[in-house]
Write a new protein. Structure first.
Length: 154
């Protein structure tokens, strides 16, 4: 098989793996579906250009680059961690309210402990939330640059 290179950035093309997942929410998802029954699509990992099996350019900047895929995975991980600490905050505050206003006698020490645990988890909640927001902002900038064809060459 001959080596194929991208026309715009001269990076070696790769076979597009999981075409429906990588092309979903784009107007090229049907081309990804059709590639299951025909020749596989090729993609440039640097600029996101998509080529047919014969080597003709189908779309420039249509597919997420490898860097965008990694950043999206990082963003999802940070969002899951943020949500986990948010669950701890909610659970500890519910426990504190139950301990203070529950049916039994008031257990002040346990209520204060539960409330302070909820307050202490605000720090990692905010930290992972800021990481997720920053990654989402950077991911959006990378997508806009890819769609405009302004990805820097390696």
């Amino acid at each position: 098989m001959e080596r194929r290179h991208c026309e715009s950035c001269t990076t070696e093309l790769e076979i597009l793996r999981r075409p429906l997942r990588r092309l979903r929410w784009s107007r090229y998802w049907f081309k990804g579906f059709a590639s299951f029954f025909g020749r596989p699509l090729r993609v440039c990992p640097n600029c996101g250009a998509m080529y047919s099996g014969e080597g003709e350019l189908l779309a420039a900047g249509a597919v997420q680059t490898e860097e965008e895929v990694r950043l999206d995975l990082y963003r999802r991980d940070m969002a899951y961690l943020r949500d986990s600490f948010g669950g701890v905050i909610v659970a500890s505050e519910i426990a504190a309210i139950w301990l203070f206003f529950g049916a039994e006698s008031v257990n002040v020490a346990a209520g204060i402990l539960a409330a302070s645990l909820g307050a202490a988890t605000f720090v990692p909640f905010g930290f992972f939330g800021s990481k997720a927001r920053a990654a989402r902002k950077q991911l959006k900038q990378m997508k806009i640059a890819r769609m405009r064809g302004q990805i820097p060459r390696r």
